[in-house]
Ligand binder design. Structure first.
Ligand SMILES: [Zn+2]
Length: 195
């Protein structure tokens, strides 16, 4: 039983999985030892060992720079700023953006004590100052903290010779990019406006 309890205890730490669904998931896995449990264990091990944040943009990949940063077909003149890797993935799924990204790693939040030094803003400022960069799109979420962060970054970029734009807000207030359908995301990106 200890192995089973250990597995259930760990699964229960996953977001959205309480003890009851963790038990159900553990049973499901063990009944599918060869087809699910073993491959999953290997995938977890490989990911935990190899995946790391891209030192340029903050995307998660098993190579650094990540596949997006090192893709010669992408437009290196535009940088889309997102809060989280999940937002980057949402934009990639929508397939509407062919430039580069910058993952902040969160938003400014007075309440949670998150200041500019806690986010990768200085990395963004130096990328925005690079000669090839012509536009920075602020795609932070339409939450209060997301918009505060966008304004702060726009101020920090004021001295850079780049166009700074924001997503058009057909994006619902409080809406997180990850939950938007691809069409809404593409439209918001196309109709972006200067900040
Ligand atoms: Zn990257």
């Amino acid at each position: 039983m200890p192995d089973m309890e250990r597995l259930i205890g760990l699964l229960a730490k996953m977001p959205g999985l309480g003890p009851r669904s963790a038990r159900r998931a553990a049973l499901y896995l063990i009944k599918r030892r060869e087809t699910l449990a073993m491959p999953l264990a290997r995938a977890l091990g490989d990911a935990a060992e190899n995946v790391c944040p891209c030192s340029t943009c903050g995307n998660l990949d098993s190579v650094d720079p990540c596949a997006i940063c090192s893709d010669p077909k992408r437009d290196g003149s535009v940088i889309c700023v997102v809060e989280d890797v999940a937002d980057l993935w949402a934009l990639e799924r929508a397939g509407a953006f062919k430039g580069l990204y910058h993952v902040l790693g969160g938003t400014l939040s007075a309440l949670d004590g998150v200041g500019p030094e806690d986010l990768d803003i200085s990395g963004l400022v130096s990328r925005a100052g690079a000669e090839e960069t012509t536009e920075v799109i602020l795609a932070t979420n339409a939450t209060v903290d997301g918009q505060t962060t966008a304004h702060y970054i726009a101020d920090r970029l004021a001295d850079c010779a780049v166009r700074v734009s924001g997503l058009a807000h057909g994006v619902p207030v409080g809406g997180e990019l990850d939950y938007l359908d691809d069409g809404t995301l593409s439209a918001a990106l196309k109709a972006r406006h200067p900040v």
